[in-house]
Design a binder for this molecule. Structure first.
Ligand code: A2P
Length: 340
């Protein structure tokens, strides 16, 4: 069956990739409606020689739509997702609006596709940093059990949207011209203070919770438990923004359930997951880097090594394109899984 598809946030960093992925993967779409704010109504987007005209998002936009991808921020999802569902659409939501709601599946197709059958109209796409971590760790967890994860992230600016990419570019030019560096977007548009991202590292992504963790860190901690259906797994995150355009990197420490697991066994397990590539050869300086992960669908893992001080501890480095596996690709994979 051919489907009517809508993309809310179609002009954004993730929305534009959703369109590219739908076209490239030949998703059976009869029509693709490009929705954004009033500001960009009438804008033309051309992909693969096909022209799409952007329309303003209103409740009636969802008449006749079968699948609606949302990537325009949590407030827009809260405002329009129910309008889409009311009109018969299945919503695949990229924002954090519904992820932790009970009864809303939070899905990474390689890890928990079975959750999809429980949906009641809305399916949540996890946080970008969470997706690449659980995809890489899934097979290790299945085979050996994982009881603890400590992750530090090195996240790209594209995760904060098209305006953040522009800000990094502008600040780089200001630095080169020895002008004052102006910061307005990062670490978070709604934060009370802003800091330069160019030539910097900002240990704040999203706002702070009273616990001292940021909301991004809490997303990684809570979403990992939900996706793995494991309340007992101990997860702690530190999330840092770097002046990288696209591609999130993560230093991940895990403790597995048994003490006789080898690095080779961890590598072999990871390589069994579709879409996970083990790139791990120190002798040839082979390890994943965000610059080379950009534009790729896979999750790359390298630097896998045993902790010298803990018999079941392992360290590794996980990299993926945050706009693709971390967002647009995972959403399109959810849609593909739904129509199977
Ligand atoms: P617009 O380009 O019209 O502002 P990003 O994640 O790159 O920051 O992109 C955000 C996306 O959300 C853009 O496509 C943006 O459209 C869209 N958006 C912002 N505000 C609204 C709104 N009020 N209604 C619908 N889409 C919106």
């Amino acid at each position: 069956k051919e489907l009517n598809v809508a993309i809310v946030g179609a002009t954004g960093a993730v929305g534009s990739k959703i369109l590219e992925k739908l076209v490239a993967r030949k998703f059976p779409a009869k029509s693709i409606k490009m929705l954004a704010s009033k500001r960009s109504a009438g804008t033309e987007i051309v992909v693969d020689g096909q022209k799409y005209i952007v329309e303003e998002t209103v409740p009636e936009s969802f008449e006749g739509v079968d699948i609606a991808f949302f990537s325009a921020g949590g407030s827009i999802s809260k405002k329009f997702a129910s309008e889409a569902v009311k009109r018969g659409a299945v919503v695949i939501d990229n924002t954090s609006a519904f992820r932790m709601d009970e009864g809303i599946p939070l899905v990474v197709p390689e890890v928990n596709p079975h959750e999809l059958k429980n949906h009641k109209g809305i399916i949540a796409n996890p946080n970008c940093s969470t997706i690449q971590m659980v995809t890489a760790l899934h097979a290790v967890k299945e085979k050996f059990g994982i009881n603890r994860i400590i992750v530090s992230t090195y996240q790209a600016v594209s995760g904060a949207g098209a305006e953040a990419i522009h800000e990094l570019g502008t600040q780089s030019l200001q630095f080169e011209e020895r002008a004052d560096i102006e910061a307005e977007i990062l670490p978070s548009a709604s934060a009370s203070k802003h800091y330069p991202i160019a030539f910097n590292a900002i240990p704040q992504i999203d706002l702070f919770d009273e616990s001292g963790y940021t909301l991004e860190e809490l997303k990684m901690m809570n979403e990992t438990k939900k996706i793995f259906s494991d309340d007992k797994i101990a997860v702690t995150a530190t999330c840092v923004r770097l002046p990288v355009v696209t591609g999130h990197s993560e230093s991940v420490y895990i403790e597995v359930d048994s003490e006789d697991v080898t690095v080779e066994a961890i590598r072999a397990a990871m390589a069994t997951t579709t879409g996970v590539v083990v790139q791990d050869d120190p002798s040839s300086q082979s390890y994943p880097m965000p610059l080379y992960a950009e534009g790729k669908d896979e999750v790359f893992v390298g630097r896998i090594r045993k902790d010298p001080a803990h018999p079941s501890g392992f360290h590794m480095w996980i990299v993926a394109d945050n706009l693709l596996k971390g967002a647009a690709l995972n959403s399109v994979q959810i849609a593909e899984e739904l129509i199977k």
